[in-house]
Design a protein. Structure first.
Length: 201
């Protein structure tokens, strides 16, 4: 069994009530111009950074250009470019506090804990609200998708990139942590819109 928190709860990225009234989640936060601009800028900028692979030696590092890592350096999956993939992954981190991807492996290759990326063929982005995360009795992470009651997945199948964390398992959602500020912005904008729509000056 895995001890998991339901996806999208409180400080882990779900809808949060605010003192100003409006409930705020990662998607509604994008209605706030400053939040949209920040998440968009960080995601796009990070996604365009170059990715290089290096093999560490005793005293130096050597550049690795291998087709076995094409999924990381060029195209994570057949329908997504590298830039689009990492843009989505980082947006999940900045909005929900956690970025996720499904790891597609070559079924003909055995998993080797010493070389966990051997046999990986694809990475598919997964929307954070779909994922529940917890821990197995041994402390390793376990994941559920879409509230499934089936046996949870492990880090062999799911790539998890958390934001700042206070438990070492789940990342805190920047949107949830700053919900009151975002709620005030949404409430103020709504009040101003109604004020002028009613002909006030």
């Amino acid at each position: 069994m895995v001890s998991a928190i339901a996806p999208g709860v409180g400080q882990y990225g779900g809808s949060v009530s605010t003192d100003a009234g409006p409930a705020v989640d990662a998607e509604r936060a994008l209605m706030v111009g400053a939040a949209y601009a920040a998440i968009n800028f960080i995601s796009r900028t990070t996604a365009t950074l170059p990715i290089t692979l290096q093999r560490r030696g005793d005293k130096s590092r050597a550049h690795v250009d291998s087709p076995d890592y094409y999924w990381l350096t060029r195209q994570p999956n057949p329908s997504t470019s590298r830039i689009s993939f990492f843009e989505t992954l980082v947006a999940g981190i900045e909005g929900w506090g956690n970025g996720y991807a499904w790891i597609g492996r070559d079924p003909g290759k055995m998993y080797d804990p010493a070389k966990p990326w051997n046999g990986v063929k694809e990475l598919w982005q997964v929307r954070p609200p779909r994922v529940g995360i917890g821990t197995f009795p041994d402390g390793s992470k376990g994941f559920t998708l879409d509230g499934s009651r089936e046996a949870p997945y492990t880090s062999r199948e799911v790539l998890h990139v958390p934001s700042f964390s206070i438990d070492g398992v789940r990342g805190l959602s920047p949107v949830a942590v700053g919900a009151n500020a975002l709620g005030l912005s949404i409430a103020t904008e709504k009040f101003g819109s109604l004020f002028f729509r009613n002909g006030s000056t």
